[in-house]
Design a protein around this ligand. Structure first.
Ligand code: FE2
Length: 155
């Protein structure tokens, strides 16, 4: 196929039941910056996301998140056996960054300042046969992130 575009991810859309909780956690965990906020939406957005009230963009380096709340949020986790984006993998530059992410997650969890929709703790850092190191953890909404250190010369 003739590649006409160079696809790259612009942002991840994160639906939450509690935007203040979610925003505060993303700002601290990802050391992110709040860029802008919207509370008026197009007809298309309102039809795609009925009940949307606020949407805010936060950026951590090149990675942006669009965090938004829905008036009718069920506060339930989705069906894990159904169709969904199961996790998002974020590549980091060093094994130390994985340890730092794991530590920061625990600090924020233990601070008691955030409401987590599931109690699961981060995994250990696992190393596969190629030397790729991975850590899995959940955000305050129960969405799963993988953090991966991929050594030079590997996939
Ligand atoms: Fe993965």
């Amino acid at each position: 196929m003739n590649q006409l575009v160079k696809p790259r991810i612009h942002h991840l859309g994160v639906q939450t039941a509690d935007l203040n909780n979610c925003l505060a956690w993303y700002l601290e965990f990802f050391d992110a910056e709040q860029k802008w906020e919207l509370d008026r939406f197009s007809q298309l957005t309102l039809s795609r996301l009925p009940g949307i009230r606020r949407l805010t963009e936060v950026a951590a380096g090149e990675l942006r998140f669009h965090l938004f709340d829905r008036a009718g949020h069920t506060r339930q986790q989705p069906d894990e056996d159904g169709f969904l984006f199961q996790h998002v993998c974020i590549q980091v530059d060093s094994p130390q960054a994985l340890q730092a992410a794991r530590r920061r997650w625990a600090e924020l969890y233990e601070s008691g300042r955030f409401t987590f929709s599931r109690p699961d703790q981060p995994t250990e850092i696992v190393v596969d046969d190629d030397g790729v190191q991975s850590l899995y953890l959940f955000d305050v909404n129960g969405l799963e992130y993988e953090f991966a250190y991929i050594p030079d010369g590997h996939r």
